[in-house]
Structures are given as structure tokens and as C-alpha cells.
Write a new protein. Sequence first.
Length: 167
Amino acid sequence: MNIQQKTGNLDSITVNNRSIEWLELEWFESNKRIIRKKTGSGTEIILRSLNTGPKLTQGDVLYEDEHKIIAIEIKPCDVIVIKPVSMFEMASVCYEIGNKHLPLFYDHDELLVPFEMPLFRLLSSLGYDVKQEQRKLLQQLNTTVAMHVHTNSETLFSKIMKMTTNE
């Protein structure tokens, strides 16, 4: 089955007594322009250049008729979970993760990063409360970063840190 665009999300459609066929994706597959996989029921799906945006997420509907719906299921994976206790800690943790150019996700006041033992050890050694869990990575934070400044002027990080303190 060739699919070029998603038709909606399970949150906004009426399922009634139609069966739901799940197409399982890893979090990093959700941005791919071409995906060739089988659903849990064995239906072969070929996704090509989705017109509604390249990002697929939990519950996106790829196909529906009067009998069935084919929707996206993002699989859980090992993640590092960080729950910053202040805006200062949030800025510091985001800086450490951003400095490593790793994807960062946000869920219910927690930061999630795909699990990597070196990062887990680094964040633990810096005193952050981190834990390893199985979670779905759904809400990736998108950032636009200005060029690094290596002169005597303020850096982006120093500006963020000033904003998070009461000075």
C-alpha cells in the first residue's frame, strides 16, 4: 500500500467499530521521508514524502476505510529522564545535552534523551537527578542556535543563565 500523506490523528477521528492496524516505528524513523514496513497485521506500507510534514507521531492515521484504520505506534525505548528542579537547572542540563548535539524531548516537566551511558554518567557526576526508563520519545524540542561567540561579548549560554537567576 502506497501512502503519501497522513489523514489525521486518532485523537481527532471517530473510530467506531473499525479495527486499528498499527505501524510500529522507532522514534528516529518518524522523520524519514521514505519508510517501507509492515503493520502488526502484515500489511506492507510504503510511505513517501508525506505532504503534511515529515514528522510522524503517535496515533497519526495513514489510512482509513469503513473497516479499518492504519495508524502510527511509536515504540518505547531506553531513555535518560531528567526532572530539573529550577529554571537554572533546566538551562544547564539543556546546555550540556545541546553541547553534545543530541536530540532532546520534553514530557510533563521532564527532559528525555535517548539513552547513552557516557551521557548518563556525565549528568550523574554533575549532580543531576537522572534515571533510566522505557518511554516513547514523542515531543522533540526543536531549536535554532546562533553561532558561537568566542570574543569578550556575552555568549548565548551566559544570557540564558542570567535569565534563569534573580539578578
